[in-house]
Design a protein around this ligand. Structure first.
Ligand code: AOF
Ligand code: ZN
Length: 366
């Protein structure tokens, strides 16, 4: 049995926050547990941007019990008037005696000010309990708040030899059902899902989240430099979720108008023949898309990875070898000359899902 200590309650706060992944938009997920005289007296989770922060829900539940309590929060309590008033002031007002924080909030509006305010009122503050878990939990928020560009997770599902289809284009199915279900959870947990026009032309996908219980659909993003998307593509007509087409200044104005008439947004990113990916990331950030699941094809995956826009990879492998000199691969780009130039992955994890394997990691250039 786990020993009851600060980590015991912080773990509960982290678990509650984790369940809200995907539903807070560009906001972090945050959990709060209030403990008084050996009993949990309040629990709270930030559930949606614009609604109460975790501390507020937990303190509301604790009521008068909050006085003299310890509050466990997975992120530094805020100090600013945003969509809601500052949590640090509320903790002071309620007479909380001690606050345990997993990690500080890099939001420039907070960045240590919340903790400083608590301490200036004589509240004992401890920082860093289960910090590594808390940082990982909000990796998407941290990237976006610091760069204003979305956190990008590259997901592929391939054979062991890195193919996403056979030489005739057959791709159903490569990965097993367990792997495919995780992909839908990943869709739920990202605000955007991005594919290249080749994928749309080949598969006419809907790119929605399909799980045993309903999930949230991400905004569908298509990189389409020449606006080749057919006007009857599912992404343009099914109304299941917002759609954004990323193109260039050179793309046909009439086609853009026709696409927008169907309700999709067209972003023009740069005046060269290919989409300027840096501009695209900035413009998608301006639309408050803080996280993107990149789902191919291989050439877009390769361009995004090579250009340094992929923050994390989730690679599913099925125990199959399909070969094919020209069969499409999961990550395709010109390639480096030397092994020492290779993109390597940090913090690797390997998970077995039946006979499939999932490798996750964080890309780093050689
Ligand atoms: C907390 N507790 O539960 C959350 C915090 O727009 P607002 O008012 O919701 O503020 C969003 C910012 O507040 C967000 O960028 C992050 O810095 C912090 N989120 N802080 O004390 C919470 N969700
Ligand atoms: Zn707050």
């Amino acid at each position: 049995m786990e020993v009851m200590n600060d980590a015991f309650y912080m773990r509960l706060a982290l678990q509650m926050a984790e369940r809200a992944l995907g539903q807070t938009g560009i906001n972090p997920v945050v959990g709060c547990v209030v403990v008084k005289d050996g009993r949990i007296v309040g629990l709270g989770t930030h559930l949606q941007r614009g609604t109460g922060h975790a501390e507020v829900h937990a303190l509301n539940m604790a009521g008068a019990e909050a006085a003299g309590s310890t509050a466990y929060v997975t992120l530094e309590p805020c100090s600013h008037y945003g969509k809601t008033p500052p949590c640090s002031e509320r903790l002071v007002r309620e007479g909380v005696a001690r606050v345990v924080v997993a990690c500080t909030d890099p939001n420039p509006q907070v960045a240590g000010k919340g903790i400083a305010l608590l301490r200036s009122h004589g509240i004992e503050v401890e920082v860093g309990v289960l910090e590594a878990e808390a940082l990982k939990l909000n990796e998407k928020f941290f990237k976006f708040i610091m760069t204003k560009q979305p956190f990008v997770t590259l997901k592929t599902a391939s054979t062991l030899d890195g193919k996403v289809a056979s030489k005739t284009g057959d791709s159903k199915w490569i990965s097993n059902e367990a792997a495919r279900e995780i992909v839908h959870t990943l869709r739920h947990q990202h605000q955007g899902i991005m594919v290249g026009i080749g994928t749309v032309l080949a598969d006419d996908p809907s790119l929605t989240t399909r799980l045993p219980v309903p999930g949230l659909h991400p905004t569908r993003i298509v990189v389409d430099s020449q606006l080749r998307i057919p006007l009857d593509a599912k992404l343009l007509v099914d109304g299941a979720a917002p759609t954004v087409i990323v193109t260039t200044d050179l793309a046909d104005a009439e086609k853009a108008k026709a696409i927008e008439a169907l309700g999709a947004k067209v972003l023009r990113c740069g005046s060269s023949e290919r989409v300027d990916l840096d501009l695209a990331m900035t413009q998608l950030g301006e639309l408050e898309i803080g996280s993107i699941l990149l789902e191919g094809g291989g050439v877009l995956n390769g361009s995004m990875l090579e250009a340094g826009f992929v923050d994390k990879v989730v690679l599913f492998f099925a125990p199959k070898i399909i070969g094919g000199l020209a069969s499409p691969g999961n990550i395709v780009f010109e390639g480096f000359e030397r092994m020492s130039d290779a993109i390597t992955l940090d913090e690797i994890t390997v998970e077995q899902l039946g006979d499939n394997v999932c490798i996750t990691g964080y890309p780093k250039r050689g």
